[in-house]
Design a protein around this ligand. Structure first.
Ligand code: S3P
Length: 441
């Protein structure tokens, strides 16, 4: 089952040129299925990410009686069943690798009239769920977890939920969204405040479906008892997927790459800000608003990067991009220090440890810290043999080491690349087209 690739170390010889459109935004695609399912009417979705994570969400809603017509690889019609129209699934809902599906759906399912069970793969079954089940239980939900607070989740239906005011200890869109989705079914007002900015796609899309949401930085609130009206959703390209290309071009001399239609929601653009602070040459062209989300074409040209101290306020705005930002830091001049990023330890893998292990295996001086990493750029001491790196079921780790091969002096075998399909179908052929030398092992 494990998919492995040997990526040849190219020492910066492959310029990354051309024009590409990376697949649709994962966060927005999940929400398009969820809110489309709960809406009255038919929601047309284009630019949908048909990666495994979003397909897990799609299958879960189909199992609850929602008809989803697949019009093309990236276009869907979701036939909404209305806010109270979901049906009890006949079996547990298996959400694969997808934390977003599990966390958002636990809130949504807490408001249904039926019981349900949520399961996931080895990685998802290790991820902390109390961050959602605790606040949901103060709303009146009953959700059983394992003793260590992980999936499978047993969600009891037919509970009376009460709106709460929740001061979240983490800046997490998954936590915020889970509570807001339970809030749709709760009596009174549900308020979530956060210690930092988290992505606001839930607030924007609920508003797009005609639901009243009060939203401002670090604050979101809604009242239960309303309805959603179907809307058309144009999903922009995922900035988290574009990040791999931004780094690939920034570390490969001679590169000039344009990425079309990239989502530029200000709660997601930390990666662009951080790379620019490192000296990256990234220009946004044709900036526009599409379906309530800012979008632009990004042109990235090679420029020698330098190490920086990453400002902590940018961390939540780039939280998914740190694996590849660590790669950028490895080939930059000088030290890069990342702190305030302890959330990385509970993503699809422990992204601090797994990235540090892999970079060290490649001969790079990368020192893991409890809440971040210190990387001495251009410190690579080339190992005598090709290096094998285990991506630990984590799509973004696998893709990061493929990007690293462009600038690395050593060959890298990346083991466990099958999860790349969760967020970036077509990544390997695209990287080959852009100059990476990849062979399946
Ligand atoms: C997501 C929120 C983020 C992110 C994840 C997708 C979302 O997680 O890492 O890939 O769609 O809400 P947290 O909210 O836990 O930071």
């Amino acid at each position: 089952m494990s998919l492995n690739y040997l990526a040849k170390g190219l020492s910066g010889r492959a310029a990354v040129n051309g024009e590409v459109r990376v697949p649709g935004d994962k966060s927005i695609s999940h929400r398009a299925i969820m809110f489309g399912s709960l809406a009255d009417g038919v929601t047309e979705v284009s630019g949908f990410l048909n990666g495994e994570d979003c397909l897990s969400t799609q299958r879960a809603f189909e199992a609850m009686g929602v008809e989803v017509e697949t019009l093309s690889a990236t276009a869907l019609s979701v036939h909404g069943v209305g806010i109270d129209g979901l049906k009890q699934p006949s079996a547990a809902l298996n959400l694969g690798n997808s934390g977003t599906s599990m966390r958002l759906m636990s809130g949504l399912l807490a408001g249904q009239s039926f019981d349900s069970v949520l399961t996931g793969d080895a990685s998802l079954s290790n991820r902390p769920m109390r961050r959602v089940t605790d606040p949901l239980s103060t709303m009146g939900a009953e959700i059983g977890t394992t003793e260590s607070g992980t999936a499978p989740l047993h969600v009891k239906g037919a509970r009376r939920l009460q709106g709460i005011s929740y001061d979240s200890p983490v800046a997490s869109a998954q936590v915020k969204s889970s509570i807001l989705l339970a809030g749709l079914y709760a009596e009174g007002k549900t308020v979530v405040t956060e210690p930092g900015l988290s992505r606001d796609h839930t607030e924007r899309m609920l508003q797009g479906f005609g639901y009243e949401v009060e939203a401002r930085p670090q604050y979101a609130a809604l009242s239960g008892g309303g309805r959603l009206t179907a809307a058309n959703i144009n999903v922009p390209a995922d900035i988290s997927s574009a990040a791999f290309m931004l780094v690939a071009a920034s570390i490969s001399p001679g590169s000039d790459l344009t990425l079309h239609n990239v989502g530029m929601n200000p709660t997601r653009t930390g990666v662009v800000d951080i790379l620019r602070l490192m000296g990256a040459d990234i220009q946004a062209h044709n900036e526009r608003i599409e379906g309530g989300e800012p979008v632009a074409d990004l042109q990235v040209r090679y420029s020698g990067l330098k190490g920086i101290h990453v400002p902590e306020e940018l961390v939540p705005l780039a939280i998914d991009e740190f694996p590849v930002l660590f790669v950028a830091a490895s080939f930059a001049e000088g030290d890069t220090v990342v702190s305030g990023a302890e959330e990385l330890r509970v993503k699809e893998s422990d992204r601090i440890q797994v990235m540090a292990d892999g970079l060290q295996a490649m001969g790079i001086d990368a020192q893991p810290q409890e809440d971040g990493m210190i990387i001495r750029g251009q410190s690579q001491k080339v190992p005598a043999e090709a290096v094998a790196i285990d991506a630990q079921h984590d799509h973004r780790i696998a893709m990061s080491f493929v990007v690293a091969s462009l600038a690395s002096q050593c060959d890298v075998t990346v083991q466990g690349c099958e999860t790349v399909n969760t967020s970036f179908p077509g990544f390997f052929p695209l990287m080959s087209r852009l100059g990476a030398e990849l062979s399946e092992r």
